[in-house]
Design a protein around this ligand. Structure first.
Ligand SMILES: *Cc1c(COP(=O)(O)O)cnc(C)c1O
Length: 429
């Protein structure tokens, strides 16, 4: 049944969508269902989905084994509190995460969303130093152009310009922001590229709890791919100046960058790891923050005697059961071959964009393709053009990018990319 005009009007008048206006809301595209890589609209049209619903739907929509896991679990128990109670879905999920993540991360905190996973990571780092008798170490170092979520703690470590710091100044915690690595992925490390980090840690180490980074791929803050060598050095510097390293792999986790976790490009383990987005294959919200036994035990030996966090829906069985099915699927498939196939295909089919005069850069890493423009595009004018091409792409600012489900065929990848290029071409007139 297509949505009625009354329903759509209600949506416009009463419902906030992400970063949307209540005065002049843009038209919304009504969805009927979705399957594989296709989103079916209520008027019957189908769109090839280039966004994987913001990095999360890695196996495609309406997947039989994820559906089966959800059905089986909902008939047992959809939710039960995690305080004092436990269950198989949470245990088996945590076991998988401990086993598949970089070495040493074997204490698991399950939370509700990516932003909360970041809050949890920040609190872990601060509580750790508190427990070690260094309560002055409570600031974070973060990279410019970073994105870590929309809650207050997470916002404080987002890029100070695009991350709404001005709007919330006086409310946000004051953190230390340093330039992002200048060395791009695949380039030899530029001389002095780690100097800002080293100087900050050397001079302010006694007030810094942790460095937080999106390893290798900065997502929503700029779709920027940087050098694994920089990350390797950052790990060394954090150890040297006694600062924890938090890796926010909420976007990059589970194969997106070509490695299961982006930290693997640098061969490092962080002290704290944040996961989310693709964790449930995009079925529902769930996140995890992992840390080491040492940090877990130090926090627990501190004054509080425990880690001070415990959300209502912690360890939600339904979400954990679907996450288990998603990770099983990932491990049973040759996901690396699929991601590398997509990387090859995106590289070839996006390359013609480089010759457009409005295009500043085209780059691909793993199953992420980015076209960076000279000028920001108007979402309101460009969104309908993509829909007309039968593709779902949602640019922000100067960035038109795709991160398709890993199951997207080469033919669909070609349609997606040529659709984008046609739209950009049309914009140039
Ligand atoms: C999306 C994202 C977050 C926030 O996750 P939510 O589930 O939207 O709260 C945090 N960090 C990174 C790197 C992300 O991409």
């Amino acid at each position: 049944m297509p949505l009625t005009s009354e329903q759509l009007a209600f949506d416009q008048q009463h419902i906030w969508h992400p970063y949307s206006s209540m005065i002049n809301p843009p038209p919304m595209v009504p969805v009927e269902s979705a399957s594989g890589v296709r989103i079916r609209l209520s008027d019957g049209r189908e769109l090839i989905d280039g966004m994987a619903s913001w990095w999360s739907v890695i196996h495609g929509y309406n997947h039989p084994s994820l559906n089966a896991a959800a059905h089986a679990q909902i008939d047992r128990v959809a939710h039960v509190m995690f305080g004092g109670l436990t269950h198989e879905p949470a245990i088996e999920l945590s076991r998988k995460l401990v086993q598949m993540t970089p070495a040493g991360l074997d204490r698991v905190f399950l939370a509700d969303s990516g932003s909360v996973a970041v809050e949890v990571a920040m609190k872990m780092a601060i509580q750790y130093w508190h427990a070690r008798g260094k309560p002055g170490k409570h600031k974070l170092v973060a990279l410019q152009n970073g994105y870590h979520g929309d809650t207050f703690g997470a916002m404080s470590v987002c890029d100070p310009v695009t991350g709404m710091h001005e709007l919330f100044s006086g409310v946000l915690a004051q953190q230390v922001h340093i330039p992002r690595p200048a060395t791009r992925f695949g380039q030899p490390l530029i001389d002095g590229d780690c100097d800002a980090l080293e100087q900050t840690l050397r001079e302010h180490g006694d007030e810094i709890a942790a460095l937080i980074v999106e390893p290798i791929v900065q997502g929503a803050g700029g779709m920027y791919f940087y050098s694994p060598e920089w990350l390797k050095q950052a790990r060394i510097l954090c150890d040297r100046y006694e600062v924890l390293l938090i890796a926010d792999e909420i976007a990059t986790g589970f194969g997106r960058s070509g490695k299961l976790f982006a930290c693997e490009h640098a061969g490092i383990s962080p002290d704290i790891l944040c996961l989310g987005k693709a964790l449930t294959g995009g079925y529902m919200t769930l996140s995890a923050t992992l840390t080491t036994a040492h940090i877990g035990e130090t926090i627990s030996a501190g004054g509080a005697g425990c880690f001070m966090h415990g959300p209502t829906f912690m360890g939600n069985p339904l979400a954990c059961a679907v996450a288990n099915a998603s990770l099983t699927l990932l491990q049973e498939q040759d996901w690396q071959a699929e991601v590398s196939r997509i990387e090859t295909r995106l590289t070839a089919s996006l390359s013609p964009a480089a010759s457009l005069s409005g295009v500043a850069d085209v780059r691909v890493l793993g199953a992420i393709g980015v076209i960076e423009l000279h000028e920001a595009v108007s979402l309101a004018s460009v969104q309908p053009l993509f829909v007309e091409q039968g593709i779902w792409v949602r640019p922000f600012g100067k960035l038109v990018y795709v991160m398709p489900p890993y199951v997207m065929s080469n033919a669909d990848l070609d349609t997606l990319c040529s659709g984008i290029i046609q739209v950009l071409n049309a914009l140039e007139g």
